[in-house]
Design a protein around this ligand. Structure first.
Ligand SMILES: [Zn+2]
Length: 246
């Protein structure tokens, strides 16, 4: 794995051990533009690594330092995500540029990098998160086209590989107040999402459900609670429990 050093001035002291790996897309017209922005002091943004479309990897910030990629975000009760994570920017225009596919060569390079980081920092299967998971009200990256399932097949993150039931109906819609909503909120919170268990399908819970669906059920991202969303969530929560007690 060849890595080019392209130092950014945008970092400070890390105050927590690394437990998370946060994936982003750059969301800009070119990778070069993203790299220039992250290396400009005025922008006050960075990431530890950037992976170009052709698989070229640039390192901007040393892993021992805190890069500035997560912004206002929260996961598993921790809001200092930059201190607890390694951040990788994947070059991709994202939602503003037609949501292009991620080339295979880029994903191959990203997977090598992720495996290396996971091993060195002993990051768990459930420590891999999307920017949209930790900032669901502000962010959509790396987007619904990102191949999470492929990464999981290579040991990076967990993918709920289960047979979904034939039922697809919506169980709870916007504004619903029900014990079932509380159960879903508890499951999301258990995974790490910053949701309050209120039993009400409010706007914030819908945002978080959209982030969850964007990652695990990208064919339908509507922020409602349907049968498949519940099945996938249950599988994930059980897998996380098993991983913890193993
Ligand atoms: Zn991002």
């Amino acid at each position: 794995m060849k890595i080019t050093q392209t130092p950014s001035p945008n970092h400070d002291a890390r105050t927590l051990p690394v437990s998370l790996l946060v994936l982003h897309y750059t969301g800009m017209e070119t990778g070069q533009a993203a790299l220039e922005r992250m290396c400009a002091g005025a922008a006050k943004v960075s990431a530890h690594y950037m992976v170009a479309e052709d698989g070229h990897i640039s390192q901007l910030v040393d892993e021992s330092r805190r890069a500035w990629h997560a912004g206002l975000s929260e996961w598993a009760g921790e809001s200092n995500i930059n201190s607890a994570s390694i951040g990788i920017e994947i070059v991709n225009g994202g939602h503003d540029y037609g949501l292009p596919d991620f080339p295979d060569v880029q994903i191959e390079a990203l997977m090598s990098l992720c495996r290396d980081i996971q091993t060195r920092h002993n990051i768990s299967l459930f420590g891999l998160v999307a920017h949209s998971d930790i900032a669901p009200e502000r962010k959509q990256d790396p987007g619904e086209k990102f191949p999470w399932q492929k990464l999981a097949a290579h040991g990076i993150g967990y993918w709920p590989d289960l047979k979904l039931s034939a039922k697809t109906q919506t169980l709870f819609e916007k504004g619903a107040r029900d014990r079932g909503v509380a159960i879903v909120q508890s499951g999301l919170a258990y995974l790490g999402y910053a949701v309050e268990v209120t039993g009400v399908l409010d706007a914030k819970t819908q945002c978080i459900l959209c982030a969850f669906q964007r990652r695990y059920r990208p064919a339908r991202i509507d922020g409602q609670i349907d049968v498949h969303t519940m099945e996938i969530l249950t599988d994930l929560a059980n897998a996380k429990k098993t991983a913890r007690t193993a």
